[in-house]
Design a protein around this ligand. Structure first.
Ligand SMILES: [Zn+2]
Length: 104
């Protein structure tokens, strides 16, 4: 996995983990629901047109044993795409980014 800590600049803007630009766009929200160690349930919402997809097989938030939420973000500057993931791990919530598409 290519996890990096989530980075936010002094203006409170999310920064791209590949290039550091704060010109980013949230494209999808994916929710992974799961009781501990049981089967995952996914749904993804397109933030632009509101389309909802159930059972998303490429949800990147599926690591770990419990539930998570992932924001699919595109970078306007370098063309990369990454997920901002909030993942439940035991009694804590991990927050990290994971590269989804390499920069151009
Ligand atoms: Zn970038």
């Amino acid at each position: 996995m290519n996890h990096k800590p989530m980075s936010v600049n002094s203006d409170g803007h999310l920064e791209c983990p590949a290039c550091g630009s704060d010109y980013t766009h949230v494209r999808h929200v994916t929710v992974q629901s799961r009781q501990e160690d049981s089967e995952d349930q996914f749904f993804r919402t397109n933030t632009t047109d509101g389309t909802v997809t159930l059972g998303d097989p490429d949800a990147r938030a599926c690591s770990g044993r419990r539930h998570s939420i992932a924001l699919w973000v595109d970078c306007e500057h370098c063309g990369s795409a990454f997920d901002v993931v909030l993942s439940q791990h035991k009694g804590q919530t991990e927050v990290f980014t994971e590269l989804r598409r390499e920069p151009r």
